[in-house]
Design a protein around this ligand. Structure first.
Ligand SMILES: [Zn+2]
Length: 251
């Protein structure tokens, strides 16, 4: 402790410096937490990205809805997914992975022949939040090429795996005038707990609104989801909904 002329004691310079250091470290820690929280929000938000146009639903009073299926396709699940749509005469939009397009040409051909829309969901389904511009191009361009090689000549929007994006991906999409499509209705349980088809159907139907984009993952033997497709369509049709592809919904 040092003393002034009146005898009052003040903390030493060393103690004051230590106090300043503690405050500075605390400020840095808080800033890092805010930045990391903000970054996480930017990566995960379904309705906004830093560049390029993104659609998660369409504002409309009309009872119109788009059914979208992510990943795959897989030949083993083709009938379970596509028969139910054919029986009900419902068009859907399939966000496919390049590697599975290449590996399952029969199913790709049926998706196209049945009149569905196709979207790009990257080649390998890797997370696209922290990737170089080269990786973005390597995930998107060969997937476009594989889809076009099947003879598909319709609209080709993009959906990132898990909806994740930060900087390089949106910048690429903006530069290439590419529309990003996410979703506003997704009720599959990814916690690892088994989910009944009934729970999935009721959550999906209850949360669908005019202009909604519904997301389901029916490939790779996901039978609860496969069995939900028919009831979701039937119950929404009963409520007066009409099904369109993503591009038709966006208009
Ligand atoms: Zn996916």
């Amino acid at each position: 402790m040092s003393q002034n002329s009146s005898g009052t004691q003040y903390p030493s310079r060393r103690k004051r410096r230590r106090k300043k250091l503690v405050v500075a470290v605390a400020v840095i820690v808080v800033l890092l937490l805010v930045i990391s929280y903000g970054t996480k929000r930017v990566i995960q938000t379904r309705s906004w990205q830093i560049a390029g146009e993104l659609v998660s639903r369409v504002e409309t009073d009309e009872k119109v809805v788009a059914l979208t299926f992510d990943d795959g396709p897989t030949d083993a699940d083709a009938d379970a997914v596509l028969d139910v749509l054919e029986d009900r005469d419902v068009p859907a939009t399939f966000y496919v992975n390049g590697k599975d397009v290449e590996g399952n040409p029969t199913t790709m051909q049926r998706i196209i022949d049945d009149g569905h829309e196709i979207g790009n969901h990257t080649w390998s389904h890797r997370s696209m939040a922290f990737v170089s511009p080269e990786t973005v191009a390597e995930e998107i361009e060969p997937t476009d090429e594989a889809i076009r090689a099947t003879g598909y000549d319709g609209p080709l929007t993009f959906r990132p795996p898990h909806g994740k994006k930060l900087l390089t991906l949106p910048l690429y999409l903006a530069e290439h005038g590419r529309l990003t499509v996410t979703w506003d209705v997704a009720y599959e349980d990814w916690s690892g707990d088994p989910q009944s088809t009934g729970d999935l159907v009721s959550a999906t139907v209850e949360n669908t609104r005019p202009g909604s984009i519904i997301l389901l993952h029916p490939w790779f033997g996901r039978t609860a989801t496969q069995e939900a497709i028919g009831p979701v369509i039937d119950q929404l049709k009963e409520q007066g909904y009409r099904f369109v592809t993503v591009s038709e919904l966006i208009g």
